[in-house]
Ligand binder design. Structure first.
Ligand code: GLN
Length: 291
């Protein structure tokens, strides 16, 4: 034993994090310690005198040094919860954000409606990363099957592993493709949280994001809209009759993305804001008569 208690370890970490001006020193310390030692968050209250082994104290210290180097806590732990499910992360996957849960929430009623009508529903996730969006949809809708597309092999391996861990492997397919290029069939729901931050803004983001989230998952080109141009081009050939396209967008992109999509033949059906009140979700339908 290191002679250190859980409460002592927590206090020490919290102070080091606060001293380095991290925004959430207490939460970061709690999540890291609990995650590394396999403790529940309530252990800090119920077992403050719990003794920590020298080995565990050393593991926490190594993780603390990474956090002080600005690596986000969930990257350090290698996993993060999204829509109530646990997802593994890897270097080429974006860390799923709570705001993206709003996208999932707004797709679900459409997915259920389509699945009820057709007896099945096919979902395509362009730029699937960890698979967080697609796998959450599959978990909630047992009649749905899904294809996760990514240009990164590392991301596809992670999404495939997550599908297995969540018991969804049988309904999940991974395809390596630059957007819709290598996708040959049509889908009832096309979803994407593409890179949408203008290049120069990426360079000014917090170190936690800029240094540890993959740039390819963030950088939407000069005006942030490159991926939407590509999606608008590919989606007409990928969407089944009466299907929907659901997109996450940047806070100031609602009009631009709606414009790009309507020029490609899609009509805005629904829009939603994130937990901070910013425009974040757009859902489109294909024009009637689309194949
Ligand atoms: N919402 C993410 C962020 O703020 C950006 C994700 C994206 O570009 N799709 O960092």
């Amino acid at each position: 034993m290191s002679g250190v208690t859980l409460a002592g370890l927590f206090q020490d970490l919290k102070q080091r994090f606060a001293g380095a001006s991290l925004h959430h020193p207490a939460a970061d310390a709690r999540i890291l310690i609990a995650g590394l030692l396999g403790l529940s968050q309530t252990a800090f209250l119920s077992e403050p005198e719990r003794l920590i082994s020298t080995e565990d104290a050393a593991r926490v210290d190594a993780a603390a040094l990474r956090r002080l180097n600005r690596e986000p806590v969930h990257r350090i732990l290698g996993r993060r919860e999204f829509y109530g499910l646990d997802f593994e992360l890897s270097p080429e996957t974006l860390e799923p954000r709570p705001d993206t849960e709003v996208l999932v929430e707004h797709i679900l009623p459409h997915l259920s409606r389509i699945a009820a009508r057709k007896g099945e529903a096919r979902v395509l996730d362009l730029g699937t990363g960890t698979g967080a969006i697609l796998l959450s949809l599959l978990k909630e809708c047992p009649a749905a099957t899904g294809t996760g597309v990514d240009i990164s092999e590392n991301a596809l391996a992670t999404a495939t592993r997550n599908a297995g861990l969540l018991g969804l492997a049988a309904r999940f397919t991974a395809i390596r493709s630059n957007w819709g290029e290598a996708v040959a069939t049509r889908f009832d729901v096309i979803v994407s949280n593409p890179p949408y931050i203008p290049s120069r803004v990426v360079d000014a983001l917090a170190p936690e994001v800029r240094l540890f989230d993959p740039r390819a998952a963030l950088d939407g080109g000069e005006d942030g809209l490159d991926a939407y141009r590509r999606i608008a081009l590919d989606a007409p050939g990928l969407l089944a009759a009466d299907g929907i396209v659901a997109l996450e967008i940047g806070f100031d992109q609602r009009l631009d993305v709606t414009d790009l999509m309507s020029r490609a033949g899609f009509a805005l059906l629904e829009q939603a804001c994130d937990y901070g009140g910013n425009d974040r979700v757009l859902i489109f339908t294909g024009h009637k008569g689309q194949a």
